[in-house]
Design a protein around this ligand. Structure first.
Ligand code: PMP
Length: 453
C-alpha cells in the first residue's frame, strides 16, 4: 500500500498540474490521493477516511458511489456513451431538457447543454450579446457584474468576474464590464439595509444612464460563493431583477453553485420568485457525478435566434461533449432521487440542525461572522473581532484550519479567511454532527491554541 502511495505521489509531483494551486507549495507537501468514496466519505489510498465537507468542490448531492446513479450510467453505457447534438438528438438529452424546463423558473423553456459552469456562463454571455444583435438593437454589448463575482475561468467568464486575485493578471485580454457593489454588510461595516441600498442605487444609476450599452446583468443569486459565501439581504435579488426588467436589460442567473437544492430551494431564484432570462446550471446537475452543465433561456431569447438560415441569426456555439448521454442519464436519475427522497424539505431541516450546531462558534474570539443559506456555510475568521481586522493573507489561517480539519478526518477548502462548509445534501444528522464537531475543533485549535501552524 505505502509503496503504491510513494509511486503515485512521485508521479503526481512529476506530471499533474493542479487547478488553483501554487505547485511549489503543493509539491513540498504529502499529497492526499483519493481512491474511493462511499456516501459522504472519501477514502485515501492509505485507507484513511474523510468526511467530504465541501462536496468535492460544492457539487456532490447524494453522496459517492450511489447505487441508483451508478446504475443509470451503467445502463446508458450499454446503449451509447456519447454522440453529438449536431443535427441529431439522444434520448437522455431530450428527457432531461424537458425535466429542466419543468423544474426551473417559469418561461425558461429552452436548454443549451455544455460541460462546465464556465462554459455555461460563456454561452449565456454570448447568447445575451447576440440576442440584442439579432433583434437589430446595436450597442448593447457590455455586461454588469457584482464586486467579487466569480463565474468560472474561461475568458468570457473571467471578463464578468471581479476577484482581483484571480482575474487581474488577465485584465488586458478581457472585455470590460461594469461592476456594482455586492451587499457585503459585514466587511463594509454597515447594516444590511445600507448595503442593500448601495447595491440598488449603483445598479439603478447605471441602468438609468447606460442601459442602451448593456446587454445583461449577471449575478450569483442569493449567495455569492467564491468571494466567501456571502448571503444577500432579503429582497435584493428580486429588486435587482425588477430594475433590469424596467430598463430592458437581460438578467443572467448563475446558479452553478446555488442550484439543485443547495440553498434550501431547488434554485436560489425560487427563494425570491425571480424568473431570470437566462440561467446557468452545472455542478449538482448530475448529482456531482459527470461534467454536464446547461444554459436555460426564455422563449423570447430563443425566438430571436429562430429565423431563416440566410438571416444569419444562428447561435454558432457548441462543444464536442454537448448533451453527453451518460451525463444526461445520471442527471435524470439524480432528479428522480430528489423527488423520491424529498431532498428539498430534507435540506431545510438539515440546515436548521447545522445552524444550531454552529451557534456556539459565534462566541469564539476569532469567529467574525457565520453566514449560512441552506447547506452553504461560510465562517469568516478575523484576527480582531471588535475591529473586524482580517488575518493577514500570509498567515494562511484558512489553509491551516482546513489542514487541521483534514487531520481530524474532514476535507474542506477555504476561501481566504473564510472556512467553507458545504456538505453533501444527503448527509445525515449524525454525519453533520460529526462534521460540525471537527469544524469547531479545527477552528478553535488553529485560532486560539495556535496549533497546526
Ligand atoms: N459560476 C459559479 C457561481 C461558480 O461557483 C463556479 C464554480 N465554482 C462556476 C461558475 C464555474 O463552474 P466550473 O468550475 O464548473 O467551470
Amino acid at each position: 500500500m505505502n509503496a503504491d502511495y510513494d509511486r503515485l505521489a512521485a508521479l503526481n509531483k512529476d506530471h499533474l498540474w493542479h487547478p488553483f494551486t501554487q505547485m511549489k507549495d503543493y509539491t513540498n507537501s504529502d499529497p492526499l490521493i483519493i481512491e474511493r468514496g462511499e456516501g459522504v466519505m472519501l477514502y485515501d489510498i492509505q485507507g484513511r477516511a474523510y468526511y467530504d465537507g465541501f462536496s468535492s468542490v460544492w457539487l456532490n448531492v447524494h453522496g459517492h458511489n450511489v447505487p441508483e446513479l451508478n446504475q443509470a450510467i451503467t445502463e446508458q453505457l450499454g446503449r451509447v456513451a456519447h454522440t453529438t447534438l449536431l443535427g441529431m438528438a439522444n434520448v437522455p438529452a431530450i428527457e432531461l431538457a424537458e425535466k429542466l424546463a419543468a423544474i426551473t423558473p417559469r418561461q425558461l423553456n429552452k436548454v443549451f447543454y455544455s460541460d462546465s459552469g464556465a462554459t455555461g456562463v460563456e454561452i449565456a454571455i454570448k447568447m445575451a450579446f447576440q440576442y440584442w444583435h439579432n433583434r437589430g438593437i446595436r450597442g448593447k454589448t457590455t455586461f454588469i457584474t457584482m464586486n467579487q463575482a466569480y463565474h468560472g475561468d474561461t475568458i468570457g467568464a473571467v471578463s464578468v468576474g471581479a476577484i482581483p486575485l484571480y482575474h487581474d493578471v488577465f485584465r488586458q485580454m478581457l472585455f470590460p464590464s461594469h461592476i456594482i457593489p455586492y451587499p457585503y454588510a459585514y466587511r463594509h461595516a454597515c447594516g444590511e439595509t445600507e448595503a442593500l441600498e448601495a447595491t440598488l442605487t449603483a445598479l439603478s444609476h447605471l441602468l438609468q444612464t447606460r442601459a442602451d450599452e448593456i446587454a445583461a446583468l449577471i449575478v450569483e443569486p442569493i449567495v455569492q460563493g467564491a468571494s466567501g459565501i456571502i448571503v444577500m439581504p432579503p429582497g435584493c435579488l428580486r429588486q435587482m431583477a425588477e430594475l433590469c426588467r424596467k430598463h430592458g436589460v437581460l438578467l443572467i442567473a448563475d446558479e452553478v453553485a446555488t442550484g439543485f437544492g443547495r440553498t434550501g430551494a431547488m434554485f436560489a431564484c425560487d427563494l425570491e420568485a425571480v424568473s431570470p432570462d437566462l440561467m446557468v446550471i452545472g455542478k449538482g446537475l448530475t448529482g456531482g457525478y459527470l461534467p454536464v452543465a446547461a444554459t436555460l433561456a426564455i422563449d423570447e431569447v430563443y425566438d430571436a435566434f429562430y429565423a431563416d438560415y440566410h438571416e444569419q441569426k444562428t447561435f454558432f456555439h457548441g462543444h464536442s461533449y454537448t448533451g453527453n448521454p451518460l451525463g444526461c442519464a445520471v442527471a435524470l436519475a439524480s432528479l428522480k432521487l430528489f423527488e423520491e427522497r424529498s431532498m428539498i424539505e430534507g435540506v431545510r431541516a438539515k440546515a436548521s440542525f447545522v445552524e444550531r450546531k454552529l451557534a456556539a462558534l459565534k462566541d469564539r474570539p476569532h469567529v467574525g461572522e457565520i453566514r449560512q443559506q441552506g447547506m452553504m456555510i461560510g465562517i469568516e475568521l478575523v484576527r480582531d473581532k471588535e475591529s473586524r481586522e482580517p488575518y493577514d493573507w500570509a498567515e494562511r489561517i484558512g489553509v491551516r484550519t482546513s489542514l487541521q480539519a483534514r487531520e481530524l478526518g474532514m476535507l474542506t477548502r477555504p476561501l481566504g479567511n473564510v472556512i467553507v462548509f458545504i456538505p453533501p445534501l444527503s448527509s445525515t444528522e449524525a454525519e453533520l454532527d460529526a462534521m460540525t464537531s471537527i469544524l469547531t475543533e479545527s477552528i478553535i485549535s488553529v485560532t486560539e491554541d495556535g496549533r497546526a501552524s
